[in-house]
Design a protein around this ligand. Structure first.
Ligand code: FPP
Length: 246
């Protein structure tokens, strides 16, 4: 069944969790779960484009994921290189603009090179904007933004008392994107895990026990349907929101 909720989110963010458990349940190494996760990434990107989502942001590797066993980290890095090698042409054909957020200087030169090439190739595309967060942390992002704002103050461009939310927001990695309207997390945990801390202030949160490699278009549609049923109040009362629709 294809669900067509009345309110489609402009920006969907996803914490893709459960790859390791998916693999373990099948007696496979954790990296087999990450490899299976690439299929779910593909299905989700397709679903987002088909449903008219403008921005999709995927949490692929957090600042804290460097603490995982070396073999898993190198497997994941290899998978990112491989995914870029295999998928960029198809994404480009589908008018997707690919962007990476995170501490890319921490990545290998080869991966940085492929990321830059993918971003350059798809820079002029006007369809779905696909942000992939690699070596990303929400606190890291806010600290970086604070440094950018502080540098503007030091240069005399901005007075400390004039710093406002917009100054911080535009200095974040997703400074050019609207905030996520909907955050999906798979894998059963209900936490944010240092993802987009600033940007999700008003996001609707949707959690599912489905492990990431099993996530498909039906699950994505279920999240969109739940989002479509929400009344977003931004501090107003429900009555004010209803009255504003008239
Ligand atoms: C979390 O599951 C998942 C990750 C840390 C990696 C996500 C990476 C992919 C889905 C690979 C492909 C991504 C792209 C963008 C090509 P987990 O390992 O923490 O699972 P667990 O909680 O079951 O251990």
């Amino acid at each position: 069944m294809i669900t067509e909720p009345a309110n489609i989110p402009t920006h969907v963010a996803v914490i893709m969790d459960g790859n390791g458990r998916w693999a373990r349940a099948r007696g496979k190494p954790r990296n087999a779960g990450h490899r299976a996760g690439v299929r779910a990434v593909r299905a989700t990107v397709e679903a987002a484009a088909e449903r008219g989502i403008s921005y999709l942001t995927l949490f692929a590797f957090s600042s804290e994921n460097w603490r995982r066993p070396e073999q898993e980290v190198s497997g994941l890095m290899g998978l990112f290189v491989e995914a870029l090698r295999r998928e960029v042409a198809e994404l480009h054909r589908n008018n997707v603009r690919l962007r990476f957020i995170g501490a890319r200087e921490q990545l290998s030169n080869g991966l940085q090179h492929r990321i830059k090439a993918a971003e350059d190739k798809t820079a002029g595309n006007t369809g779905l904007v696909l942000n992939v967060a690699v070596a990303f942390g929400g606190r890291w992002d806010i600290v970086n933004a604070a440094q950018t704002v502080a540098a503007r103050v030091a240069r005399g461009e901005l007075a400390p008392d004039d710093i406002d939310e917009a100054d911080v927001a535009k200095s974040l990695q997703l400074g050019e994107c609207p905030d996520p309207d909907l955050l999906i997390r798979t894998g059963g945990e209900q936490r944010i895990s240092n993802f987009l801390l600033w940007n999700i202030a008003y996001a609707e949160l949707w959690f599912t026990d489905v492990l990431w490699p099993d996530f498909d278009k039906q699950h994505f549609d279920a999240a969109l349907a739940a989002f479509g049923a929400k009344q977003r109040r931004y501090g107003h009362t429900g009555e004010q929101v209803e009255a504003a629709k008239c």
